[in-house]
Design a protein. Structure first.
Length: 158
């Protein structure tokens, strides 16, 4: 790396030392920057996507299917209450009510509740039935608490 001083032609005075990179230094710098940005994207993307799905993606289906999503209070036996994302309310004549979804239902998922529900809603809206598992926050540990819900393509409004 060579350090040079050169006059600033516009102002007529000399600038401080200037750093110039050779081709190999530039390649190393670009590769390192790409690697750092890739790691940051891998760490941030799942959380950002889940937030987007909860705040924007699912909200566009709420009126069509007759439900509201948000935080539901959940209490496991012997544990303190915690809030988890789920179905806050269901309209009695909506597609969710006809499918058997109840207020307090929480999608059961290996990865992300909101994203799995979003994919099921997308599939049903495209004309194909889709299924997902739900558990209700009130009777989560009772018999038959975990159930499979089948979302049918939405029909005409009544």
């Amino acid at each position: 790396m060579a350090v040079r001083q050169r006059p600033d032609a516009r102002r007529g005075y000399k600038t401080g030392p200037r750093l110039s990179l050779g081709p190999s230094h530039f390649v190393v710098l670009v590769v390192a920057l790409t690697l750092v940005l890739t790691v940051v994207a891998i760490v941030v993307y799942p959380t950002a996507y889940s937030e987007y799905v909860q705040d924007v993606g699912i909200k566009r289906f709420e009126r069509q299917y007759g439900f509201k999503s948000g935080l539901v209070v959940w209490r496991a036996p012997g544990q303190t209450e915690e809030s988890v994302w789920g179905i806050v309310s269901v309209t009695s004549d909506g597609a969710f009510a006809r499918a058997g979804v109840r207020a307090g239902d929480i999608p059961v998922s290996q990865h992300d509740r909101a994203v799995d529900l979003y994919y099921a809603l997308e599939e049903a809206s495209s004309g194909r039935a889709s299924s997902l598992e739900m558990i209700n926050s009130v009777d989560a540990f009772g018999a038959g608490a975990r159930r499979t819900i089948t979302l049918l393509p939405p029909g005409p409004s009544r």
